[in-house]
Ligand binder design. Structure first.
Ligand code: TK8
Length: 342
């Protein structure tokens, strides 16, 4: 976009091309058009990788399986679209893991703050048997979970003040920040514990809620903040990296059951390949997006180790409260994957 000042901003970082599509063409088992709704914009890693998913299916089925993608939450938010998959009124969606905890409670482990310290560790966890068990946990819900991919490290933005400590969130002489959270109890607990006024809300309603001052802030990865134009309504950002949340690509069980086994295999394989590509794009987008946000006028605070530690300490009650419910064994399992993949 060219602003009136004449500044032309880059629309995306130098992105890797999608890997060449390999593998045989599958047999003719009839034609299918899969409608997929996603929350994010056309410029997001999520959308770009879904295009690759569609290309794989198109090429390897010789055009018999096509995917129509509806971005920008236009068909509904994560919660609504998962319900649409259950009833069969939508074929596919790609929500965050956090609102999907209503189906598979174990997924809430990803909502625990500061659990996954590096992207390498996060990827190892997403590719682990433990993670596969969570995907398998959807069986019988009407949703078939195909793969994890990266939503990413979440960062706090707001329109009220720079934030570099939990005290800045809570506000000492001023009121605590009103922060939109995903529809998930652990996230609610994180922001309550930090002294904010958490307000769970659908992602699709967030921009106008910030624009109208219904909430002061929100938290999402830099790439989402940029590709959703949140900088237009958020002056301050803080690199809190307080939680790493994945996406889960899903297909309606009704749709799945209508696909021939060879088509099912192809869809599963394409989902995995596109997830790998998505993770790569999300990685390429991450720091670049923060820089772009700064260029576009957002005041971004980088937190040093000590400042991060202060947040980590402040949210300890979230662990105390949630660890027993999420499962100490599961948390230990995740921690051991983290330790061997630092
Ligand atoms: C998009 C959502 C979004 C998530 C959120 O459908 O709600 O904040 O991070 O990206 O899944």
């Amino acid at each position: 976009a060219t602003l009136s000042l004449g500044i032309a901003y880059a629309q995306s970082p130098d992105l890797s091309d999608p890997p060449a599509i390999e593998g045989d063409v599958v047999g003719d088992h009839g034609s299918h058009t899969l409608r997929m709704g996603i929350g994010l914009a056309e410029s997001s890693p999520q959308y770009l990788s879904v295009q690759y998913f569609a290309d794989i299916l198109d090429q390897r089925s010789e055009g018999r399986i096509s995917v129509n993608v509806f971005p920008n939450s236009q068909l509904g938010d994560d919660v609504q679209m998962m319900e649409m998959l259950q009833t069969g009124s939508l074929d596919m969606t790609y929500p965050s893991s956090s609102p999907a905890t209503t189906y598979v409670q174990e997924l809430a482990v990803f909502d625990l703050p500061f659990l996954l310290p590096t992207r390498e560790a996060a990827i190892a966890v997403m590719q682990s048997d433990t993670a596969q068990r969570m995907l398998d946990g959807f069986e019988g819900t009407g949703l078939k979970a195909l793969t994890f991919s990266e939503n990413g490290y979440r960062q706090l933005t707001n329109s009220a003040r720079p934030v570099e400590s939990p005290e800045d969130v809570a506000g000492l002489d001023v009121r605590g920040l009103t922060v939109r959270t995903m529809e998930n109890p652990v996230h609610l607990s994180i922001w309550e514990t930090l002294g904010a006024n958490p307000t769970p809300m659908a992602f699709g309603e967030l921009f106008s809620a910030m624009e109208q001052g219904v909430v002061d802030g929100q938290e999402n990865p830099w790439s989402t903040i940029l590709t959703s134009n949140f900088h237009e309504v958020q002056d301050y950002g803080s690199e809190t990296r307080h939680v790493y949340t994945p996406f889960i690509m899903m297909i309606s069980e009704r749709t799945w059951d209508r696909l021939a086994p060879e088509y099912q295999e192809l869809v599963q394989e394409a989902a995995r390949q596109s997830a790998e590509y998505e993770i790569q794009l999300a990685t390429e987008y991450d720091d670049w997006s923060r820089e772009q946000l700064e260029e576009r006028g957002m005041q971004v605070t980088r937190l040093n180790d000590e400042q991060i530690a202060a947040f980590q300490e402040a949210v300890q009650p979230v662990y105390d409260r949630w660890a027993p419910r999420i499962g100490e064994d599961l948390i230990a399992e995740i921690q051991s994957i983290v330790e061997s993949n630092q």
